[in-house]
Design a protein around this ligand. Structure first.
Ligand SMILES: C[S@@+](CC[C@H](N)C(=O)[O-])C[C@H]1O[C@@H](n2cnc3c(N)ncnc32)[C@H](O)[C@@H]1O
Length: 253
């Protein structure tokens, strides 16, 4: 885990919120437990600007609490999702009581956490039988022009392609209080302005941690590529949400 990359997003919080895709809706349906009459309490952990928080609201989940360490990201979230409980905190130190939520969802953020401390904390705040859901949403490298854009933005295509083609497993620490995990991959397309597709590369941590000069170069290359490959009209960009879930054991082991 690279701390500079982990906290790089706040510098572009507004662009991040505008340009990053929400998770594919079908993934949320798969991740969330069948809810009772009152619906589940869901923790959006490492919530960023609230892309997942808003998707949950759109899916009909009414009780969401968002935890996010970065002030700039949290400010956008609070503005975009008035009425949602937004707390400063980290995955390693979650500011919630024991056994207080039914689901913990982590969107494009698990890889920034300390897995030992985070899984213990998530086990603490989850009610027995509750679900831990990890998801990553990214532009689908199976489409050649997207793969070329990901290359320009220095994204790790080996990982992304493996996930899309072969699925994936998450290794939680051996003493984490969770049953076995399962994964699924979901696909959808999101309409975006061509200019925004190119600008999206500027929200990737692989680009955010470059020098200003290098970032400008990536943006120029991404714009040229998008203009050549898809033109200037809005484009239906293929996205993948890779999702993994495991349920909290009833007792510590
Ligand atoms: C790629 S963004 C994902 C944001 C949001 N979940 C989404 O899907 O758009 C990663 C987020 O994880 C947050 N983050 C980094 N380290 C964290 C930690 N240790 N605990 C909680 N959040 C963390 C960052 O501040 C950032 O907002």
């Amino acid at each position: 885990m690279n701390p500079a990359r982990a906290r790089s997003f706040g510098a572009v919080a507004d662009d991040y919120d505008r340009l990053r895709p929400p998770p594919v809706l079908a993934a949320l349906r798969w991740l969330l437990p069948a809810s009772d009459a009152t619906g589940p309490t869901v923790l959006d952990l490492g919530a960023g600007t609230g892309l997942l928080t808003r998707a949950l609201a759109a899916a009909g989940v009414t009780d969401v609490v968002a935890v996010e360490p970065d002030d700039a990201m949290r400010t956008v979230l609070a503005t975009q999702s008035p009425g949602v409980r937004v707390l400063a905190g980290t995955a390693e130190d979650v500011p919630l009581p024991d056994a207080s939520v039914d689901a913990v969802l982590v969107a494009s953020a698990w890889h920034w956490f300390d897995p030992d401390r985070a899984s213990a904390e998530i086990g603490r705040v989850l009610r027995p039988g509750g679900v831990l859901g990890l998801l990553w949403t990214f532009a689908d490298p199976a489409e050649p022009w997207v793969a070329a854009m990901r290359h320009v933005g220095r994204a790790d295509d080996r990982d992304a392609t493996t996930v899309v083609e072969a699925g994936f497993a998450i290794d939680l620490p051996a003493d984490a209080p969770f049953g076995p995990g399962t994964s699924e991959v979901f696909r959808d397309r999101t309409w975006m302005a061509a200019e925004d597709v190119a600008a999206m590369t500027g929200t990737w941590s692989s680009v955010l941690t470059l020098s200003a000069q290098e970032r400008a170069q990536v943006h120029r290359e991404a714009r040229a590529l998008v203009a050549a490959e898809v033109g200037t009209d809005p484009v239906a960009v293929p996205f993948v949400t890779a999702a993994w879930r495991a349920f909290r054991r009833s007792s510590e082991r």
